[in-house]
Design a protein around this ligand. Structure first.
Ligand code: ZN
Length: 201
């Protein structure tokens, strides 16, 4: 399965990192080895001292598709949850400054965390996501504030990558990203329901 991620899909988050608000979606992928096995803790790698949490609305692809038109894109989704796109911000900044790909900062082992899936509603709707760190809300957002709708993201990504059943799409993070430390407890919510919990080591 592929893990496809969107960057800078909320204006406030693009601005907090000092990035231009993009006209086209920013797309990157994580290898399947990035997926944190269920119920495992997240272990901070030894080569970074600044791993950030990014809570995101995540959707799952239900069938094969390429060159999908936006008006049909929603029918390619069957489930949704929240996920964490862990990012080694120190390494990402170094790579960005050199104009190099981000993969090592974004695709390392354990950097993709998925919550428990729920069926996606039959019609598109707005969804609220929230991340709590040690019981305190640190990130909150609504898909109503997307720069690019999920239909447009699916259509855009499928111009480049054939989408397959079981692939997942991380749709970008709202403002409020920040570092995690050993001992932190993270809990992610979708529409007020807890869907993801993990400990940081
Ligand atoms: Zn992200």
């Amino acid at each position: 399965m592929k893990i496809i991620c969107i960057g800078r899909n909320y204006r406030a988050h693009a601005e907090e990192l000092g990035n231009a608000v993009p006209e086209e979606p920013v797309v990157f992928c994580k290898p399947d080895s990035a997926l944190l096995p269920p119920r495992n803790p997240f272990v901070i790698p030894p080569w970074t001292s600044d791993v950030h949490h990014e809570i995101e609305w995540v959707v799952r692809i239900s069938k094969v598709g390429k060159y999908i038109e936006p008006r049909f894109a929603y029918s390619y989704l069957d489930a949704m949850t929240v996920g964490l796109d862990f990012t080694a911000r120190d390494l990402q900044t170094q790579l960005k400054n050199k104009g190099l790909p981000w993969e090592r900062a974004k695709g390392f082992d354990g950097s993709a965390v998925l919550g428990s899936w729920v069926p996606i509603p039959s019609e598109p709707a707005d969804h609220v996501i929230r991340l709590e760190k040690n019981g305190v809300a640190v990130q909150q957002g609504s898909t109503a504030d997307f720069l690019h709708s999920v239909e447009n993201l699916i259509a855009f990504v499928s111009q480049h990558f054939t989408l397959k059943k079981g692939d997942v799409l991380f749709t970008g993070t709202p403002a409020g990203v920040g570092p995690v430390a050993p001992g932190d407890r993270l809990e992610g919510f979708l529409n007020g329901e807890s869907r993801l919990r993990l400990n940081v080591r």
